[in-house]
Design a protein around this ligand. Sequence first.
Ligand code: MN
Ligand code: MN
Length: 467
Amino acid sequence: MSENKNTVKELKEKLFVSRKNGVFRMTEEELMQCDNYCENYKTFLDEAKTEREAVTASIKLLEAKGFKEYKCGMKLSAGDKIYRNNRGKALIASIIGSAPIEEGTRICAAHIDSPRLDMKQNPVYEDNEIALFKTHYYGGIKKYQWTAIPLSLHGVIVKADGSEVTVSIGENENDPVFCVTDLLPHLATDQMKRNLSQGIKGEELNILIGSRPFKDDEGSELVKLNILNLLFEKYGITESDFISAELEAVPAFKAKDIGFDRSMIGSYGHDDRVCAYTALTATLECEKPYHTVVTVLADKEETGSDGNTGLCSAFLKYFLADIAEALGSNGRTVISASECLSADVNAAFDPTFPEVNERNNCAYINKGVCVTKFTGARGKSGTSDASAEFVGRVRRLLDKENVIWQTGELGKVDMGGGGTVAAYIANLNIDTIDVGVPVLSMHAPYEVVSKIDVYMAYRAFSVFIAD
Ligand code: MN
Ligand code: MN
């Protein structure tokens, strides 16, 4: 009897997909390394709340490791570490490999923009002696989640004379913060009858910015005047300067450990800084790779990747062509021989909402980095479906290097769906697959990831670029 039991256990181990929690597959030392790694990730989250701040923070890390800004025409040779800053909102970091460049590059592509509230171009107004900002939300949000939480304000303002002001208010302990107000339940009888998507409407996402009128004057709009006067004193800006500004309101929370066991991290914007940071640190620590490493941190993924800082633009293609030429080859050959991990998050199974997932094919927290063969919605529309051969290659690599990974798709068939930058990179004739971290409460102001999965994403990107 007991012999039979052993056979069953052995056979299951041999024949079944392993869905063991990462904790059982890591040594104490590995778990410690994982937790230490995540301390630095939390620092990055707090430092880089917007795509612009992520570029600035990443360049700081790159330069400390000897990466130099790449200018067209620069001579390149194996071991060179370079980066290209695309308009302060997207970034490519690269290490030239020892292999002939015709053998292609190893690309990790993550995005550094996250859902948020953007200020409109004429944002300031006063209503009944309260001053507010009008916003237009960015990316897919559940609007009701963005009320009654502290918000900070980040971005740039380009003044009439062309000079630039960088803004970051609400992150330091003594800074003021901002917020969107919501109706008290006592008077929400009508509001509560709206459906969830209309519970708060886009034009109700107005941000509270002040309430004291300008004192020594008479007339209307004195609260607005007072605010504009304060802003003029502090930044030298006038109302029309908002027209040439990009101001983003994001949650003012700091990244924190979650749970009695501190096994998870709660933060704004894990999607997709969790893959941006892990891909970036893998690149920072990569020495003398065989293939040329190309790590892309893109903007505009949350709005469809269009625009000159998004991955539908040619900036990645041009960069690859530039380095191909600098190394005596051509862009077409190098691009076609390249491989890419589209480094983006996936939805984690949530026990409170089990009905949206199909349990055999969804990602779970703590079960490692998630490899997603295809994305898309309604019959794989809008997908880039990685070939069985490429999935097989990635799978062999992760297994060989003891990276804990799982596979998962985004929700049940016909439940919804979504895409990443994978399709746009695959469209360049590059083998591409989605690899990233499972997230709870994705696109909410406060998202949750597991530390083990963060660490395994870092390990996955490390072994991929070193291969
Ligand atoms: Mn994403
Ligand atoms: Mn997203």
